[in-house]
Design a protein around this ligand. Structure first.
Ligand code: PL4
Length: 420
């Protein structure tokens, strides 16, 4: 007999987005003519700019010739793309291309990082939290048991991020853990940590000999954009919000950073991202983490798709970067439209300024009830806040990733539904 990995029995329920898909399907089965609009899952909708499509086509044509065909890619991604990422995103931050590991996106990297650390490793997460961090901890045996009445796993340290603390945890009350997952701009709250807050976080990690896993999936350029780029827009608008944890002194000794082309340009389906593992990041005793991370990527990943990489290289060309800024600007405008509509209805809203997500407090309702009401009355799919953790109870997350006409239609329907 083969024994099941007992950690699977510890899961509390379905993965959040699977739960939503199930509820959505049940609603559609019962209401086959309803035209649902999804502002739920953060999934990009807009067509890719033509210079990027040209990159894919170029590579596809190469693959059709004996001279330029290429098979397995480099384990850590092409030197060209790693150099471009270093120059574009970390221009003043001294990240060497060797420290950048190209991957098939942040979510797989976030799961693979857990393989670096044994089951005795303790983990802290923000609450609310992107559920993939917690689910990865459950599978790898680091989460402990799920406590139904607490709505939490026994071995995970939850750092409350609420309107009351400005969505930044009171670190003086946070118990020391080996790993700290931190996402800024944050999914789901849409709030971004300031420079002084990230300094506090890095000092906290240094004092506790912890590692930070910094998820910057909704960030963008570091430093000044190259002069050829119009500063059209980017998710982070506020000059006091760092784009990378590496803008913080000392962070290379304590932090990984993961980033992705998914939300920056729309590669959610193409699949391309990267994780920075600085050479200075060392375990107790001085062994570099880099060696093990390279080994994990070599074992659990066979290098990024060469088509995706070519799209990434095209994205980081001057025309591609212009397209990227227009894209993030578009989704941010969607977020503004949604936020203003919800505020007009009298709801307290957070996020939507440095991020495409709006975190809306729905007084007197639990999140799933609010989700269900919007689904049934407005035919709009959102994400129930409690699905991201206990501190998300009473909130819903609305995503700005949608076609403009859908956003306008959705806010009109929500306004009508909730005004009656
Ligand atoms: C739905 C903080 C979305 N199917 O695309 P990736 O793998 O480079 O990035 C995934 C990711 C990483 N880090 C953060 C994220 O928010 C996301 C994507 N999150 C959302 O709506 O919260 C898409 C979720 C996806 C899933 O199952 O996670």
């Amino acid at each position: 007999m083969v024994h099941r990995n007992g950690n699977f029995a510890k899961f509390k329920a379905n993965y959040l987005f699977v739960d939503i898909a199930n509820r959505r399907k049940a609603f559609c089965d019962a209401n086959p003519t309803a035209k649902l609009i999804s502002l739920g899952i953060g999934d990009t909708t807009e067509p890719l700019p033509s210079p990027i499509i040209d990159g894919f086509i170029r590579k596809a044509q190469d693959l059709s010739t004996a001279e330029r065909y290429s098979g397995y890619p480099d384990y850590n991604g092409s030197a060209k793309l790693r150099q471009l990422i270093a120059d574009t995103f970390y221009s003043n931050l001294e990240i060497h291309p060797d420290e950048i590991f190209i991957s098939d996106g942040s979510k797989p990297d976030l799961a693979r990082i857990q393989l670096l650390f044994g089951p005795q490793t303790t983990i802290a997460v923000q609450d609310p939290v992107y559920p993939a961090y917690v689910d990865g901890a459950v599978i790898s045996g680091k989460a402990g048991d799920y406590n139904e009445s607490e709505g939490r796993y026994s071995s995970i340290v939850y750092m409350s991020c609420t309107p009351e603390n400005g969505f930044f945890p009171d670190l003086s009350k946070v118990k020391r853990t080996h790993l700290i997952y931190f996402c800024s701009p944050n999914n789901p709250t849409g709030m971004a940590a300031t420079k002084s807050q990230l300094e506090e976080l890095v000092r906290f990690a240094e004092n506790n000999n912890s590692f930070i896993i910094f998820d910057a999936a909704y960030s963008q350029f570091t430093g000044s954009p190259p002069s050829f780029i119009l500063r059209v827009s980017e998710y982070i608008q506020d000059p006091d919000v760092p784009h990378s944890i590496y803008s913080i002194e000392g962070s290379k000794r304590v932090a990984f950073e993961t980033q992705s082309f998914s939300k920056l340009i729309g590669f959610t389906g193409v699949r391309l991202g990267w994780t920075v593992c600085p050479r200075k990041l060392e375990y107790e005793g001085g062994t570099p983490v880099w060696d093990d991370w390279a080994r994990i990527m070599g074992t659990c990943f066979n290098g990024p798709s060469n088509l995706a990489e070519e799209g990434g290289i095209a994205t980081l060309s001057p025309e591609g970067l212009r397209g990227m800024r227009e894209m993030t600007s578009f989704y941010l405008e969607n977020a503004t439209i949604i936020r203003e509509a919800m505020e007009r209805l009298g709801f307290s809203c957070y996020g939507g300024r440095n991020s495409p997500y709006i975190w809306v407090r729905i007084p007197g309702k639990d999140s799933w009830a609010a989700f269900q009401e919007l689904l049934e009355k407005a035919h709009v799919v959102t994400t129930p806040g409690v699905g991201f953790g206990r501190e998300g109870a009473g909130f819903i997350r609305i995503s700005g990733f949608a076609h403009r006409q859908d956003v306008l239609e959705a806010v009109a329907r929500i306004t009508k539904a909730l005004s009656n």
